[in-house]
Design a protein. Sequence first.
Lengths: 387, 387
Amino acid sequence: MLTPQLDKQLPDGVADLFFNDAARKRAAERALADTFTRWGYAEIIPPMFEYYESLGAKAGPQLREEMYRFFDRDGRTLALRADFTIPIARIVGTKLFDRAMPLRFYAIGSVFRFKEPQAGVRREFTQAGIELIGANTADADAEAIALAMTALRALGLDDFRFTLGNAAYLQATLRDLALNAADDAALRDAIRRKNTAALAQLLAALNLDSTRHTALARLPTLWGNAEVLDRAICIDDDARAAIERLRAVVAQLAQFGLADCVTLDLAENRGMDYYTGILFEGFAQGLGFAVASGGRYDNLIAHFGHAIPAVGFAIGVERVMMLQRTRASVAPEVIAQTHSARIEDARARGRIVEVDVLNRAEDALRAYARVRGAREIWWRDGAIENV
Amino acid sequence: MLTPQLDKQLPDGVADLFFNDAARKRAAERALADTFTRWGYAEIIPPMFEYYESLGAKAGPQLREEMYRFFDRDGRTLALRADFTIPIARIVGTKLFDRAMPLRFYAIGSVFRFKEPQAGVRREFTQAGIELIGANTADADAEAIALAMTALRALGLDDFRFTLGNAAYLQATLRDLALNAADDAALRDAIRRKNTAALAQLLAALNLDSTRHTALARLPTLWGNAEVLDRAICIDDDARAAIERLRAVVAQLAQFGLADCVTLDLAENRGMDYYTGILFEGFAQGLGFAVASGGRYDNLIAHFGHAIPAVGFAIGVERVMMLQRTRASVAPEVIAQTHSARIEDARARGRIVEVDVLNRAEDALRAYARVRGAREIWWRDGAIENV
């Protein structure tokens, strides 16, 4: 079952997939891999677990807290991977930093995060994502967003909207304020939630110069189309650059015919702690949480050895599958009574042929073929019967 | 790297895969999934971890010892899956026992076993296997073996040999002897290693009736073609049934044209503790360890609730990849200077097109296209240049 049900055989948050659900998952993963490949992305496969010190160092407190940790027999702490971005950053920073840039990688597979028990919350879930490494340009940002949208379409999802912000704008606007952690968190939270009353109260207590005060107070209103970029108050060149980057990304997305799928939201500041530039989330009609999320992280790879800018995203495969109406057929086309050369030919041409291994009587084999949804029975004597 | 190298960034036995190695792994997994599908097998995806009490109960002491264990936050012990057979047995025994039989499942993915550090030993490795559930027949046994061979061929491996034994024969021959665990292990070990001197010494100390003594003493010589089945001494009906089962399996494999790839070996008794019938291993030219192994386990699913016979195998994907000479190309076909509708068309037709996101000058883009192995450059003005 895609959404974990009460299953006392299994820990909370993990699931057994079989029949249609497993076939749909494989079909989705293939469609995603094919899409990423056509855009020039090559697969990268990090280990399922590695040293916690590698995965945890730049993960931010929440993600770090959610990691599954255990001990190697030599006493070092290991952790199951909780996303792909951090291990890929490690690989690039330690092994691939001297390659021709940009590097384009995709990864598809399980990641693991401990979440409090709650209906439908998964602790093992499937991410499919890309990282575009070595290009800090609006073109790179736009490619990441356009590819996320194209990937959702490849999964049959057409009705989606992306929110797009830039972490650099808020970072610039808050710089040198020397807020304590609690105030910083409260301020970001009020901005993100567009809670203007709480924000006004917090700003009043901070004794800011009037430009900065207005810039921050206006933030909850800065969402919508590109017009919001004209209303953003820029307290310095970094803030201005962040706004101009968004303008360039939207212009580039218009080239893809995708600008209409984007809502700018300068108040957006959720997501991974390592984001330094644009950040985006994709929402689909009928689902209350994001099916895709990503952003630019220009300082993460440096932690592992070499400073290289990057942008990427991840799609939540199970989340998208909740919206798919497709069935991935797993019925055999043919039930054969016995092995024959004809079966080998048919399989070589891609047909699905099941051979009886229970020496069933004719009627029993007919009944089984109906249950399995097969279209033909091939009898021992060469006769073909439609089911 | 497929064979883990010294990599102080990573724990022993896990590896980063990228470029050609990752592409080859994905190609191998697709070829295996396609082959299994054509034989009527449907994918099943067990969780990456579940309760240790489920995975460990029937695993046998060695496999249990090799499991990676950790604690859930509610204090229960979890373990990473160490094979697919045990979780699939749990799923069938608890959820699918009332379905039309046989059930045919395949699974492909990572499994985890702690192994002592040693060059090339993996602790995370990829198994691709099938389980044929609900049929205790020679046809089912033969299908499992034939599919293992066909799967190896789908990966480009033609030069392989399978050993085939039957755990039931030795079990019958040793029944009611009431050996202590050490004697039992020493006897099985001497038989498996075909160490006739050690075996003679052990048998002399056991004070057996002469039929049983001869049956066991002869075991190390009972390997080769079907003629060995005539030389096996059967102390009871169970032993006789085990021999006749092997005869029927070999006859069935002859129908597939595959009997010549099999060496019978009645002394074979390695493998999983849960095997109750035929057991087999596939060896490839140039590799000192098995690339495939499997067997019949008629009592495992019963542990989880319902007694259902089954046979299955697993292929070690990384082991097979060590023998493959193929390269899976990951080069883009086209480097495009800028985004265009033509690119969308090309990608929709399956071509790999990379768009420059670094606004490179013409010469720099030409140099990059050469490094990446691209065949064409598509310039902004519509011109196409061969690289």
